[in-house]
Design a protein around this ligand. Structure first.
Ligand code: MEV
Length: 425
């Protein structure tokens, strides 16, 4: 029987109960179970970057309720911001009522760039590079290693010309490279460094930079989902009205870059959290996401929201998502490995699709709250919870202190401290 991610009241369980439940779901062994709390051993951290003096820990939460292409997923998220995990789980439940998410993704093709300067005739040089396409692809594959063995490697050559720049005419050569299940930065950088001297002799120019592009617009993931209007009803508004307000919120982000930035930040709240949990490079994903959002010259929303004739709400999202399931921190970080085991994805493309679904759900959660009660109510209770913990409240007192501060409308650290004193006596 297939497993369900629809675990009602997951948030009400204790931390240990939740960890046990997920360990059972994912079949974690004792060591993997320990990695959920042990995170990263010091000697491993010491080998990951330079000048290490410690380890900076963040909470890993689980988003429930996700159903993507008819399969259920529990989704690990690492993030410092309260409300994100609860909100995305709620949103996934709403999409689930409409049949879950449908996703797709491109082949994992990345771009490696080679900057060529001091070229006499840009057009002639560009044509000369294209004429040597097969030779260049073979050369690139000769240093491809395991990615080529797994069926990836060089796929195509593109040329772009910039006739007038402040440093003179510039030719840019793109190597399109299939990274299979790796994010692929190392493989592409190795390949472009290797073919650069060949580009110089073909063009008679001088190569300056050789590096991958984080605008990975050949490697996109897309997701779509529907929420029956009735699911969106609140105490005071009917579902179709809420759906309409959400569509209006989507248009705000589509036309206004100031709103689009915040709207996309909400999407990235979910995306980054899974990227970090799985040991992927969130700076790369962020850079690609925002560049893609500006691809038509004006910065705009990454998602789209509309209603069908029955008033049901539909949402979609498409963006570059260059993630790997092999290599990098995904392979060495014990907690990232556990996150991968919980996700149980079979390819980098599948991971990208799951992440896109999280992005769309996170977006829905934010704009639904904004278009109805506003986000402060939910945020304030999480904020109050953080203050209670910071004030030293024991776990049995946290909820009482939160409730009291909310009822009093006085959510401050001093008040939390006073309540800890009062209630501890
Ligand atoms: C807060 O982290 C994210 C939101 O601002 C996103 C949005 O405004 O859509 C709530």
């Amino acid at each position: 029987m297939s497993k369900t991610s629809r675990i009602s009241g997951f948030y009400k369980r204790t931390l240990t109960e939740r960890a046990n439940l997920v360990a059972e779901w994912a079949g974690l062994n004792a060591q993997e179970r320990l990695a959920l709390f042990g995170g990263l051993p010091a000697d491993q951290a010491n080998h990951m970057i330079e000048n290490v003096i410690g380890i900076y820990a963040l909470p890993m939460g689980i988003a429930t309720n996700f159903q993507i292409n008819q399969r259920d997923y529990l989704i690990p998220m690492v993030i410092e911001e309260p409300s994100v995990v609860a909100a995305v789980s709620n949103a996934a439940r709403l999409f689930r009522a409409g049949g879950g998410f449908t996703t797709s993704s491109d082949e994992p093709v990345m771009i490696g760039q080679i900057q060529v300067l001091d070229v006499n005739d840009l057009e002639t040089a560009a044509q000369a590079v294209l004429a040597q396409r097969d030779y260049l692809l073979t050369e690139a594959d000769s240093v491809g290693g395991s990615i080529v063995k797994r069926g990836g490697g060089a796929r195509d050559i593109e040329v772009r010309t910039f006739p007038e720049t402040s440093i003179g005419p510039m030719l840019v050569v793109h190597l399109l490279y299939d990274c299979r299940d790796a994010m692929g930065a190392n493989a592409i950088n190795t390949a472009v460094e290797h073919i650069a001297p060949h580009i110089e002799s073909i063009t008679g120019g001088r190569v300056n930079l050789r590096i991958l592009s984080n605008l990975t617009d050949h490697r996109k993931a897309r997701v779509e989902g529907m929420i029956p209007a009735a699911e969106l009803a609140t105490d005071t508004l009917d579902g179709a009205a809420v759906a309409h307000s959400i569509v209006e919120a989507g248009v705000f982000a589509a036309v206004d870059p100031y709103r689009a930035t915040t709207h996309n930040k909400g999407i990235m709240n979910g995306i980054d959290a899974v990227i970090i949990a799985t040991g992927n490079d969130w700076r790369a994903i962020e850079a690609g996401a925002h560049a893609y959002a500006a691809r038509e010259g004006a910065y705009t929303s990454l998602s789209r929201w509309w209603q069908d004739d029955d008033g049901n709400l539909h949402g979609s999202l498409e963006m570059p998502l260059s993630v790997g399931i092999v290599g990098g921190a995904t392979r060495v970080h014990p907690a990232a490995q556990v996150a991968m085991k919980i996700l149980n994805v079979q390819s980098a493309g599948e991971l990208a699709e799951v992440i896109a679904a999280v992005g769309l759900a996170q977006n829905l959660a934010a704009i639904k709250a904004l278009a109805t009660e506003g986000i402060q109510r939910g945020h304030m209770s999480m904020h109050a919870r953080q203050l209670a913990v910071a004030a030293g409240a024991s776990s049995d007192l946290v909820s009482r202190i939160v409730q009291t501060m909310i009822e009093e409308g006085n959510i401050r650290l001093e008040r939390a401290k006073a309540l800890v004193q009062e209630l501890s006596q």
